[in-house]
Design a protein around this ligand. Structure first.
Ligand SMILES: Cc1cc2nc3c(=O)[nH]c(=O)nc-3n(C[C@H](O)[C@H](O)[C@H](O)COP(=O)(O)OP(=O)(O)OC[C@H]3O[C@@H](n4cnc5c(N)ncnc54)[C@H](O)[C@@H]3O)c2cc1C
Length: 419
């Protein structure tokens, strides 16, 4: 009789979740859990909370929906607070289990968490399941991954790798083990809803994705993706992808079906291309690992210093540069920012305000509703010229960016005049 604990991490879904499906197939008893790390409540070394309002709400909605889906199938989701290793020790005492199954997250803190668990003698099986492509299909070992995105993309395209077929939801979820755990369910803790652009959860994710495709928005994606205002200029898939409410394979499959129905075009290709960037930043972690988290990143050059006053001006949208201030206010207000504005405000912090890129990356981590460790680190390193990009950094000319992307000032006026 085997008892498995399924530890949901950034994979808050039942569909296309190979780890969860295998746990269901292998267990006689299954205990689904989620652990809120204590570090979420910590202040970063730059002095602000690590996990702020927008992602907390999105997470809470996603967990709520996941629990509801599990309950309808005779199971549930238990939530714990604390260090994962301590949670498993507590669980082990109250409800002995054989193995922990979970998503593999190839970033230093998450790998360290798993190592501590292993060192305590627990069996743990990890499943790599957050990319669109399967690393096993690539024509190179991830440790020999091409450094430059274009080279990576060409290798992928040469082999016609588009995506991996998603797998179905498990037909049956094994029953819960008998136990008496004094769990602190957090239902209701975040009951106060504030107005939010996104609703967390797998069903909301699928509804959003279907609506995006039904509206035929992929056709115009390439032309609109650098716009700044509204819900339709880009897909807005990122919050659901970040928490794993849907998989990128599911999106890619829907994209392929869309192309079969309406035909492929620049827009559909570009959407896939952007999802490939997401994979690229993930896969680079297998090659460079913790080196991507050093202050200097992969490139030894002098670090900018940290000036608290300037940082305060940047984060609060009071730099005096209208375009930047509008972007930083949008970020704080909504937890979201277009890719264009992310690039421009990051560049401004690093190259105009001479700020430490790590503080900027940490601010994004705290504010973004779609914070994703691989994409955030990857994009900040890219702009700071500390990653694998041979151009050595991406400074943006703010005045030109404002002229090109906000010629009539509508974006600036929207956020600078917001109440
Ligand atoms: C400084 C900086 C920090 C960023 N931090 C994050 C982050 O924490 N989380 C995150 O998901 N994205 C991050 N991005 C990438 C990108 O800005 C967002 O993925 C995108 O704006 C999300 O909006 P969308 O879903 O409408 O994207 P779309 O333009 O519709 O693209 C579709 C999907 O492709 C992927 N994608 C698009 N652009 C990128 C990119 N440059 N890098 C990686 N994946 C991409 C995303 O999964 C996105 O949902 C960052 C970019 C910059 C410049």
């Amino acid at each position: 009789m085997s008892t498995i604990v399924y530890w949901f991490r950034n994979d808050l879904r039942l569909g296309d979740n190979p780890g969860f499906k295998e746990a269901c197939a292998s267990a006689n008893y299954l205990l689904p859990i989620y652990i809120h790390p204590n570090s979420n409540d910590d202040l970063t070394s730059w002095g602000f909370p690590r996990f702020a309002r927008h992602s907390r709400e999105f997470l809470q909605q996603s967990l709520h929906e996941l629990r509801h889906q599990l309950i309808t199938q005779g199971s549930t989701l238990l939530e714990f607070n604390g260090k994962p290793a301590e949670v498993f020790q507590l669980l082990g005492k109250q409800a002995p289990f054989d193995t922990i199954y979970c998503e593999q997250i190839q970033a230093p803190e998450e790998l360290a968490e798993v190592n501590v668990i292993k060192n305590l003698g627990f069996n743990i099986r990890q499943f790599w399941q957050s990319s669109m492509l399967d690393p096993k299909d690539l024509p190179f070992d991830l440790r020999e991954m091409p450094d430059v995105f274009t080279k990576f993309r060409q290798e992928v395209e040469r082999r016609n790798l588009f995506y991996v077929e998603p797998i179905s939801t498990p037909d049956h979820i094994p029953p819960l083990p008998l136990m008496s755990i004094a769990t602190k369910l957090k239902e209701g803790l975040f009951a106060k809803q504030v107005e939010s652009l996104f609703n967390g959860g797998e069903l909301s994710a699928l509804a959003h994705i279907d609506q995006y495709f039904e509206s035929r928005l992929p056709d115009t994606y390439k032309q609109t993706r650098n716009q700044l205002i509204g819900m339709d200029y880009s897909s807005k898939f990122s919050p659901w992808l970040a928490f794993g409410c849907c998989s990128s394979r599911t999106i890619a499959q829907k994209l392929k079906n869309y192309e079969s129905t309406y035909g492929a075009n620049d827009g559909t290709y570009w959407l896939w291309f952007e999802l490939l960037w997401r994979d690229y930043f993930r896969f680079l972690h297998f090659k460079y690992g913790i080196k991507r988290y050093r202050p200097q990143g992969l490139v030894d050059k002098v670090l900018n210093s940290f000036d608290e006053k300037k940082f305060q001006q940047w984060t609060s949208g009071c730099t005096g540069e209208d375009f930047i201030d509008a972007g930083m206010r949008e970020l704080q207000e909504t937890g979201f920012l277009s890719n264009r504005m992310r690039q421009v405000v990051a560049s401004f912090w690093i190259y105009d305000m001479k700020g430490d890129w790590r503080a900027g990356a940490a601010w994004f981590e705290s504010q973004l509703v779609d914070y994703d460790v691989y994409s955030n680190q990857g994009n900040w390193l890219y702009i700071a010229g500390r990653g694998t990009d041979p151009r050595g950094g991406r400074p943006f000319n703010v005045k030109k960016q404002a002229q090109d992307h906000d010629p009539d000032g509508a974006y600036r006026s929207k956020w600078l005049n917001a109440p």
